[in-house]
Design a protein around this ligand. Structure first.
Ligand code: ADP
Ligand code: MG
Length: 301
């Protein structure tokens, strides 16, 4: 097969591991920077070009679209879909996963366990919104934050109100969420490929930080998933429409709750922690499932 990895940086651990996995399994592989792609949008013959050359012979695309380039990156993925090229994660699914509110609404609709979450545009009734999600302490999040930046624990009602006002003053969309204290600064990253959790790890926030993100200094522990956690992760990925996803779960008093679903989950942390060849498993899955013209949306929506 000829596989395209859409990534801005071939030197990233995840990108280079995927390249190695493709080569090991006998595939041709190329890393393409989505921001350097340009597209011609004409009816019946959509094309993508890169450094003066038309990209018309890939069998599969692995999108690794960073949060900062979601808009253009998903347009490139959509163009591949319109050309009938198999994309591991479809553009619509990537866009959904980037919007925390939209993701939570989709998951809630299908009955997936979630932390109680509130959202408002106006700050006029912040006090009521806070009590609707159970009062302080609570977590305030930027809607499009990532790597733990813009995630704040407000211990008191007053603190919560001022954080919300400050974020709103900066014209940022935010959500407020029940603080799952019993998770004890830990969350579980489930790496889903197709219909299976192929690897999982527990992350624990550094002392004094409730955020478990590795980028915020969190550390990794091994974990044994319960069957309920496994099925929750697989369902969440499926509802989002993602074939490859990092589903983050908190262990709450009322069972596993999904915090977010990532469409370009990193490989370094999970491969190091579990010694599982996650990249290899992704490529194996592509070999089994890749077929031209089978993307569900073909660039629609
Ligand atoms: P980001 O997209 O920036 O990673 P998250 O929503 O994943 O934002 O939050 C970052 C971290 O903060 C999580 O990994 C988790 O450890 C902690 N956290 C987030 N929301 C809650 C919550 N409602 N209750 C307890 N801990 C939370
Ligand atoms: Mg996170």
């Amino acid at each position: 097969m000829k596989i395209c990895i859409l990534s801005r940086n071939p030197n990233l651990y995840s990108t280079s591991k995927l390249v190695d996995a493709c080569k090991e399994r006998g595939h041709d592989v190329e890393v393409i920077d989505p921001l350097l792609c340009y597209m011609v949008i004409a009816s019946h013959r959509p094309t993508i070009h890169y450094k003066g050359r038309e990209l018309d012979d890939f069998d599969a695309v692995i999108p690794r679209i960073g949060a900062s380039i979601t808009f253009y990156g998903t347009a490139v993925v959509r163009q591949f879909e319109m050309m009938g090229v198999f994309c591991v994660n479809e553009s619509v699914a990537i866009s959904r996963s980037r919007d925390k509110l939209r993701s939570l609404q989709l998951l809630a609709r299908k009955g997936v366990g979630l932390p109680v979450t509130g959202f408002a545009h106006s700050t006029k009734f912040t006090g009521d919104l806070i009590s609707q999600v159970g009062g302080a302490p609570l977590v305030v999040k930027l809607l499009e934050g990532t790597q733990g930046v813009g995630v704040v624990l407000a211990e008191t009602q007053n603190a919560a109100e001022s954080v919300i006002e400050a974020f709103r003053g900066l014209k940022q969309n935010i959500l407020v969420q029940e603080f799952v204290k019993e998770a004890n600064s830990c969350d579980i990253r489930c790496f889903v490929v197709g219909e299976r959790v192929i690897a999982a790890m527990m992350r624990k926030g550094k002392a004094g930080d409730f955020r478990s993100n590795l980028h915020r200094g969190g550390s990794v522990l091994t974990v044994r998933l319960t069957p309920e956690e496994r099925s929750t992760a697989v369902r969440a990925a499926k509802i989002m429409g993602l074939n490859v996803a990092g589903v983050d779960i908190l262990r709450s008093n009322h069972g596993p709750v999904v915090m977010e679903v990532n469409s370009s989950p990193g490989l370094e942390g999970i491969e190091t922690a579990t010694e599982i060849d996650v990249a290899g498993k992704m490529i194996q899955w592509i070999e089994k499932n890749c077929a031209s013209g089978t993307t569900r949306t073909r660039g629609k929506g």
